[in-house]
Design a protein around this ligand. Sequence first.
Ligand SMILES: [Zn+2]
Length: 263
Amino acid sequence: MPRRTLLAFALGLVLLVTGCGGPGRTPQRVTAQPSVPAAPTPTPSPKPQPSRTTPKPKPTLRPLPKKLPVGLHRRSGSPGVALTFDDGPDPRYTPQILAQLRAAHVTATFCLVGKQAKRYPHLVAQIVREGHQLCNHSWRHDVDLGRRPAAEIRADLERTNRAIRAAAPDAPITWFRQPGGRWTAEELTVARQLGLRPLHWSVDPQDWDHPPAKKIIARVESAAHHGSVVLMHDAGGDRTQTMAACRRLIPDLKRRYGIVRLR
Ligand SMILES: [Zn+2]
């Protein structure tokens, strides 16, 4: 009897040692032969190999708030209307809209995607040379950027700023606009820490959905008021209809409200 008790105790001890594992232990490290002493812990390598049994954790996205956070700029800051063009620069459409703005002697704000700025630095330089304002629109138009960890948001905005500054070293980058307008309060905090003011809009003709120019014109003209910020796109798809609409909208808005710089 005492011998059997001793055996049971020894077996229990073995199970305890091999089966439970500490917090840092993974099941596949459990040795099949408990009598063999465990191999010494290997020196931690600088690049840990991902475990085959542990699935890669999904990126943690914070939920979008039900309402847009407070503090977004949706007004031009004066009685005139401000025009904003998103997602560029684009070699097909950015030069066209620049020519229209130049001809009307007005300026706009260009919300630039970092990858596009890196690819077309001469267009960034031209936008700045012609007196327009700059807005950071994230590195790759990440509609979920605001839901990511603050460090990732910061890295994205800084990378985008670097690409813009590489093309136009002395140009101030005043604004940041979250792609899709999917803002979070955390993102606003990061943008402010980087000296970027959060720019939203008040008039959205949904030109990204390729409505005919007539519809873009009607939507803007029915919604625009003194102090409106109009959202349009000079990149990200076929913008022929936006370009056509602007030929009418720019002179009309200028006459009715004035076209102003964002303040
Ligand atoms: Zn966009």
